[in-house]
Design a protein around this ligand. Structure first.
Ligand SMILES: Cc1cc2nc3c(=O)[nH]c(=O)nc-3n(C[C@H](O)[C@H](O)[C@H](O)COP(=O)(O)OP(=O)(O)OC[C@H]3O[C@@H](n4cnc5c(N)ncnc54)[C@H](O)[C@@H]3O)c2cc1C
Length: 350
């Protein structure tokens, strides 16, 4: 039996690639600070790698009170076994109450492996994390069973048709993964310093240690839609791969980037890297144009945090208008070129 009282603090797995901390780690630190406040707890970043010590200050600037540094030559490149050994040893030694991991390719491999090893649960792809009571509504006559200060982990379930809030009341740590772009980093506190604790559980290669023969980096010629300030996003209503030209023209005059719905990826009109939504990317641009997109819940989940949403759709009842700040009802084949020309004329007049 675990003594749950022994488990304290909010830990973040500070993923690094090529000895540089990934953006997701900073986003999770921002969320960890929110969660730590009501618990009166510390925020700890767990930095695992080889020769990564110089990254500790950056983690402090983004909200880590403490960094646990596991630095060993066996950890140079990500491999499941030594990384899982490192993180589960940190959990067993330091006993955190909460552990957050990015739902990246690495985190999706590492998080569940570690949660199984330390015998606790993990909720994947959370969209909301908060501290509260569980069960959310006390069971009549059983109020005493309601547990306080639990991590409430909310995520879409059943193909996005419902939203589930999940807790892990009887085991520690409470573990969650979160996709990049969902949480927000804090403004960096320049010059902030964290306590650095060096910890090495010892690494003895066994038959689960794969050996990496060669690292081949993919050349990515597709824009990262998560960085774009303006996204011109097209859906099935655009009609064909060729017709995306009118969206590309609009994006060009605005200095924006083209993205799309899953229907477009499934039709083979655009690559998966440009897909917005629950099984695509989560975006937060200043302006999001949803053109010929119906506004299915799985799409909206990836773009509803955009500052301004402009929807163009021929169906005035399309659900996209429920989340749009501005809506134009009509044929995109007429409206989009007109909009592009109007913006061009505005720019020329300046
Ligand atoms: C588990 C799961 C995960 C999913 N993940 C994602 C995801 O990550 N991202 C995602 O996008 N979807 C996702 N989906 C799919 C989602 O449910 C919808 O099927 C999809 O978003 C629909 O894409 P769409 O809006 O482009 O197409 P449609 O729903 O077919 O909508 C096309 C729209 O274009 C409009 N239109 C047609 N012609 C014109 C015209 N000439 N001018 C103006 N408007 C026009 C129509 O009125 C309509 O509203 C997921 C589904 C499941 C089950």
């Amino acid at each position: 039996m675990q003594n749950l009282e022994e488990y304290k603090g909010v830990f973040v797995f500070a993923q690094q690639l090529d000895n540089e901390v990934s953006g997701i780690a900073y986003e999770l630190l921002g969320k960890a600070k929110d969660l730590a406040a009501p618990l009166g707890a510390q925020v700890t970043a767990v930095l695992i790698g080889s020769g990564v010590e110089d990254q500790c200050d950056k983690l402090a600037e983004y909200g880590a009170d403490r960094v646990i540094l596991v630095d060993d030559p066996e950890l140079k490149e990500y491999r499941t076994e030594p990384y899982a050994h490192a993180l589960s040893s940190v959990i067993n030694e330091f006993k955190p109450e909460i552990v957050l991991v990015g739902a990246t390719a690495i985190g999706r491999d590492l998080g569940p492996t570690v949660s199984a090893r330390v015998a606790t649960g993990l909720t994947a792809d959370c969209t909301v994390l908060e501290i509260g009571d569980f069960p959310l509504v006390a069971i009549p006559g059983k109020e005493a069973e309601q547990k306080h200060n639990q991590l409430l982990m909310t995520r879409p379930a059943f193909g996005g048709n419902t939203i589930a809030t999940i807790a892990c009341p009887n085991n520690r740590p409470q573990m969650a993964t979160v996709r990049p772009g969902v949480m927000q980093k804090i403004d960096p506190i320049k010059g902030a310093k964290a306590e650095v604790v060096k910890y090495n559980p010892g690494f003895t290669p066994n038959n689960r240690y794969v050996s990496i023969k060669e690292v081949v980096k993919a050349v990515n010629d597709v824009a990262d839609i998560m960085d774009a300030k303006i996204l011109v996003s097209g859906g099935r209503g655009v009609g064909s791969a060729e017709n995306f030209k009118i969206l590309e023209d609009l994006a060009a005059v605005l200095g924006g980037t083209v993205s799309c719905s899953r229907a477009v990826v499934d039709s083979g009109w655009k690559p998966k890297e440009l897909q917005v939504g629950q099984t695509g990317k989560t975006v937060r641009p200043n302006v999001y144009f949803a053109i010929g997109i119906s506004g299915a819940i799985q799409h909206v989940a990836g773009m509803e945090e955009s500052d301004i949403i402009v929807a163009i759709n021929k169906d005035e009842d399309a659900p996209i208008f429920d989340v749009a700040d501005y809506g134009v009802v009509g044929d995109l084949n007429k409206i989009v070129p007109q909009l592009t020309e109007a913006i061009k004329a505005q720019i020329a007049a300046k």
